[in-house]
Write a protein that binds this ligand. Structure first.
Ligand SMILES: *Cc1c(COP(=O)(O)O)cnc(C)c1O
Length: 428
């Protein structure tokens, strides 16, 4: 060990975590989880109000998914997809495609950011392979979030997630989520050089649960057609039911050229992601050796992960889970209206399905933001733990994104805990 490095009591450095804060706050060590609840090492239970970072779909330790994982682990735990294949991946490709009409090819990776990188590379190489290498730029939404690897960060919105890494990034063209007119302007000026337009359809997640107006996805699709560029839909957050539809693009009957899936694909059990595309895109890579897609991760399409994803699809197909989700989302609308929306700190409540953002402000009329040193979002979430609820904010936006399996009383408990937390933010 180098002389200047002291051994730490606590060996971990956590993702997206200010460790100074982590060290001074009470630690929640999760020991196990059942249904929609996390259980810590002292036996305290917390409703999982953010579905373990937006991933969990059917609740934790579901016997059908756990059983599928155990069975697959005993049979084939891993074999590569680089040049050879295996049944769980083939079956998962076949089972996913009926949910994604108009698309025919599934490229597996291990996490959402990687699957976004694949989508970007696929789009640029598609045009290169078609002899149109000048179409090599990406158009992305303001405030976009597509993951934390450099290509995904490049496409992501400006701000602390991105600015410091600027020297390592490419510059996308930017347009607004509020109206597609800004995309028209952009494509009129730059359409000939745009390889693809990437969106988070309907709901921008990490940008603050920003809900686009109805019709925005369809308008973007129409513009991509008019200007002959590809549409990439990043459904890593919105996929697998959280918006009340299986995929957010379904809300507007849109078929993207490339769809990115992650988070909920395995029900939130194991790391897996997919970049799904059309035969048109796929065919541009078909032929000589040099036309292939130069990308691949060691554990891409791991059989155990695929088995979990197949078991998750079984559960979607066993009952009308989307109808149930929409009922839960309606209940959440009324709970938020009753308990949260009128609170003096609440400037806006945004919701699509179970994806919810509660924005805290200093002044409800002017929507003036709170000073960041009040740490209001963080305080609300920390206080909610006292009421048996685990949630995590995005700055001063309280995020609620429970599993689809959330029960009515658990939704009420989440909203009660948020109201309790709001009352504990010191007045400015
Ligand atoms: C979480 C997220 C990603 C990144 O997924 P990881 O698995 O964390 O790499 C990409 N896009 C969107 C919209 C996300 O919400």
């Amino acid at each position: 060990m180098p002389a200047d490095s002291a051994p730490a009591d606590y060996p971990l450095w956590h993702p997206f975590t200010q460790m100074a804060r982590f060290e001074r706050e009470p630690q929640l060590v999760v020991a196990r989880a059942e249904g929609n609840r996390l259980i810590d090492t002292d036996g305290n239970e917390y409703v999982d109000g953010v579905a373990s970072l937006w991933a969990n779909v059917h609740g934790h330790s579901h016997p059908h998914i756990v059983g599928a994982i155990q069975e697959q682990a005993a049979k084939l735990q891993h074999s590569t997809l680089l040049g050879i294949t295996h049944e769980p991946a083939i079956e998962l490709g076949r089972r996913l495609l009926p949910y994604l009409p108009g698309r025919s090819r599934v490229f597996f990776s291990e996490n959402g950011a990687s699957a976004v990188e694949v989508a970007l590379k696929m789009a640029v190489q598609y045009w290169a392979n078609k002899g149109r290498p000048e179409r090599n730029r990406i158009a992305a939404l303001d405030m976009a979030y597509h993951g934390d690897t450099l290509g995904a960060v490049s496409a992501g919105g400006e701000g602390p997630f991105r600015d410091v890494y600027e020297p390592l990034l490419f510059e996308p063209l930017r347009f607004s989520n509020r109206s597609a007119d800004s995309l028209r302007d952009l494509l009129e000026a730059h359409g000939h050089e745009v390889a693809a337009v990437i969106i988070e359809p309907r709901v921008q997640g990490a940008g603050g649960i920003i809900v686009a107006p109805e019709g925005h996805i369809a308008a973007v699709r129409a513009l991509c057609d008019e200007f002959d560029t590809l549409l990439i839909a990043d459904e890593v957050a919105t996929g697998f039911g959280k918006t009340g539809a299986m995929f957010a693009c379904d809300l507007e009957g849109v078929t993207p050229d490339i769809t990115v899936l992650g988070k909920g694909i395995t029900g939130g059990y194991l790391p897996l992601s997919a970049t799904v595309t059309t035969e048109e895109v796929y065919q541009a890579f078909h032929g000589e050796e040099g036309r292939k897609l130069f990308h691949g991760h060691t554990y891409a399409g791991n059989p155990i992960c695929c088995a979990a994803a197949l078991a998750s699809l079984d559960l979607f197909e066993a009952e009308d889970l989307l109808a149930r989700t929409r009922k839960r989302a309606d209940l959440l609308v009324s709970l938020l209206a009753e308990r949260i929306a009128d609170h003096p700190l609440v400037g806006d409540v945004r919701q699509q399905g179970l994806m919810t953002g509660i924005e805290l402000v200093a002044d409800r009329d002017t929507r003036e933001p709170l000073p960041s040193d009040r740490e209001a979002g963080w305080r609300v979430c920390l206080a909610a733990r006292d009421r048996g609820v685990f949630i995590r904010p995005l700055g001063d936006v309280i995020v609620l994104m429970p599993p689809l399996s959330i029960e009515e009383d658990e939704l009420a408990q989440i909203c009660e805990a948020v109201a309790y937390g709001l009352d504990r933010v010191p007045r400015g």
